[in-house]
Design a protein around this ligand. Structure first.
Ligand SMILES: Nc1ncnc2c1ncn2[C@@H]1O[C@H](COP(=O)(O)OP(=O)(O)OP(=O)(O)O)[C@@H](O)[C@H]1O
Ligand SMILES: [Mg+2]
Length: 352
């Protein structure tokens, strides 16, 4: 049985509940009788996991920043930890990195409990902290040499400069680099010990779209080299583009987890074909007769659910065959924004 503290949304009382991993338990507030449900995270154990987290908890005084969360990261994947400001991302990742003390819970990296094996584990991980800054008056090469000396295990600095496309910048002072280049140096620092796992906390915050894309390509490349990447982000596009597996964290709890497709299929609307300004009142009936799931939005727009891409052509030929006129057609797939909205009632972009 696990124990979890939740805050009553009505009166604010902290209630301690018990339940089994994976169970959803009904709870009644002893102060105001408000009814609610509490989900207990599944205990996830993956063979050959890079990271395993069990019932991890962090309290800052009265604030429960991380509420008994459990998850695992597979070797060689990009794992995105996605959530709005204040969700508990940095607190979690810094507990895994041994930078912050845990209140409770157990963390294993490559099957080693980090509390007792940190010296060993430290050599295997690289870290880009949130809002990273380096020494202003060291050159890029000096910076990498400095950080490299902190480890027994060392990568070749020239290889890192080449891999991160920083060769032309190597003699420039850190303070004279653009924001995008500074972030790239940050990722390069995280690689000085040739780590197996790279932790990147908000690696693209504050970057313009071009610099962000460049950093994404370097992150994708880390996966291609076989490294495991733990990516903390509040950008859903970043998670959608890079992640093999996504955990969504909200107010210290993991509220959903899976691949992008799994999350969209479970919590999103799937793929919808919209027919804008359809001139034929009978169009929706015709589509329904042909086994399409159709709803009418606004005055004359049709929204048709697509469960199989082959059916798009069927719709187009049906519209043509029946001489149904319309202004335009677009196809939209649900995204993580919609998943987050479904799960929390709030837009991820509005919570940032
Ligand atoms: N050292 C601290 N002392 C007290 N409260 C803290 C401390 N660090 C974080 N918090 C609080 O814990 C909660 C989680 O913070 P955390 O920084 O982990 O969130 P985050 O998801 O990383 O947010 P962001 O996207 O803004 O980086 C927030 O309410 C924050 O104010
Ligand atoms: Mg953070």
């Amino acid at each position: 049985m696990d124990e979890k503290n939740v805050k009553c949304p009505q009166c604010g009382k902290i209630i301690t509940c018990t339940g089994n991993p994976g169970e959803i338990v009904n709870v009644t507030c002893p102060s105001c009788n408000t009814l609610g449900k509490v989900t207990f995270d599944r205990v996830i154990s993956i063979e050959n996991a890079a990271i395993e987290v069990h019932n991890l908890r962090k309290e800052y005084g009265d604030l429960i920043a991380v509420n008994n969360i459990s998850f695992a990261v597979r070797k060689g994947e990009v794992f995105a930890f996605l959530g709005p400001n204040g969700a508990g991302k940095t607190t979690t990742v810094e507990m895994i990195e041994s930078i912050r003390e845990t209140t409770n819970g157990e963390i294993k990296i490559f099957d080693k409990v980090i509390k007792t094996s940190f010296d060993e584990v430290k050599e295997l991980i690289g870290i880009l902290p949130q809002e990273f800054h380096s020494f202003e008056r060291l050159t890029v090469r000096e910076t990498l040499e400095f950080f490299s000396k902190l480890f027994k295990r060392r990568a070749n600095i020239d290889d890192i400069l080449t891999g991160m496309d920083l060769e032309d910048q190597k003699d420039k002072l850190y303070m004279n680099l653009s924001g995008g280049l500074k972030q790239r140096v940050g990722v390069a620092i995280a690689l000085v010990n040739n780590p197996e796992i790279v932790f990147l906390d908000e690696p693209t915050t504050g970057l313009d779209p071009k610099a962000r894309r460049e950093v994404w390509e370097f992150i994708a490349n880390l996966r291609n080299q076989g490294k495991t990447v733990f990516l903390t982000t509040h950008y859903m596009e970043e998670a959608e583009y890079l992640a093999d597996h996504i955990a969504i964290i909200h107010k210290g709890n993991i509220i959903a987890e899976g691949t992008l497709d799994e999350l969209i299929n479970k919590y999103g609307q799937g793929t919808i074909l919209h027919v804008r300004n359809c001139k034929d009142r009978n169009a929706s009936n015709i589509l329904k007769e042909n086994d399409f799931d159709v709803s009418i939005s606004g005055d004359s727009d049709l929204a048709i659910k697509i469960d199989n891409k082959e059916r798009v052509l069927e719709i187009l030929s049906l519209l043509r065959h029946e001489c149904i006129e319309y202004d335009s057609i677009d196809i939209r797939r649900s995204n993580l924004e919609e998943v987050f909205l479904h799960l929390t009632g709030a837009r991820l972009s509005e919570e940032i």
